[in-house]
Design a protein around this ligand. Structure first.
Ligand code: CMP
Length: 231
């Protein structure tokens, strides 16, 4: 599954890509220079393992292009998807900060290019641009909020409600239609809500028959956003 990452791109080229990453648009050219000079670029093919839960590691990965899924799993191969991340997001900051093993696994959902900062490099960036630390803290706070919401959903809602709230969470407007932004398989959705694929299939069918959503191949459109929280 995993192929060795490719290192590429001279520093000049990296300036452009860095500027395209929303996380860095807040930094000025001088601050960006520091990040560029200490980061390395790596490209992974689709379905490659970038980080493995429980392993040691001290690098932060910033996504320039592509998409990854963050998940935790067990020995039987069951997994819970914690989050899907795209360009401008980063991951791997937890082990880089607290030096504990990776809290989750990360694999690519498509070919993805990352800027990678080792702990020392990150410290250099923060010295040169303390705002970076503030930006990372903001994202961490946001993730704790999301995790709190997710705990609430898992503990207080039944599977029907969890599917409904996950669909709404992932929904974005596209040409005037409210659509689930990710092309998710029913298994992916099941792994996000902690249910079986069969159960998710039944719920999607029910929502579709009741006119709340329409499903075409892997594309889900929300027709009525007042999705019912239960059957
Ligand atoms: P780290 O523990 O170093 O490696 C796995 C990474 O997955 C972790 O850092 C975070 O960057 C990311 N991660 C873990 N939990 C979540 C979450 N709930 N939402 C988004 N990203 C997460």
């Amino acid at each position: 599954m995993q192929a060795p990452p490719k290192q590429k791109g001279p520093i000049g080229e990296r300036t452009m890509t860095l500027k395209a990453v929303p996380f860095f648009t807040q930094l000025n050219d001088q601050e960006l220079d520091v990040v560029r000079s200490v980061a390395s670029e790596k490209t992974y093919p689709k379905n490659a393992v970038v980080l493995t839960e429980g392993e040691a590691g001290d690098s932060l990965f910033m996504i320039q292009t592509g998409k990854v899924k963050v998940f935790i799993g067990d020995e039987d191969g069951r997994e819970i998807i914690l989050k899907i991340l795209g360009p401008g997001s980063f991951f791997g900051e937890m082990s880089m900060i607290d030096k504990q093993p990776r809290s989750a696994s990360v694999t690519t959902l498509e070919t993805s290019t990352f800027l990678v900062l080792q702990h020392n490099a990150f410290e250099k960036c923060v010295e040169a641009a303390p705002r970076i630390a503030q930006m990372v803290m903001q994202v961490l706070a946001q993730r704790v909020r999301e995790a709190d919401r997710k705990i609430g959903t898992l503990a207080l809602m039944d599977v029907y409600g969890r599917v409904a709230s996950t669909l709404l969470e992932l929904a974005v407007y596209n040409n005037g239609k409210l659509m689930v932004g990710e092309k998710l398989s029913q298994q992916d959705l099941a792994n996000m809500v902690g249910a079986s694929r069969e159960m998710v299939n039944r719920i999607l069918k029910d929502l579709s028959e009741r006119g709340f959503i329409s499903v075409e191949s892997k594309s889900i459109t929300i027709i009525n956003r007042e999705l019912p929280p239960s059957l």
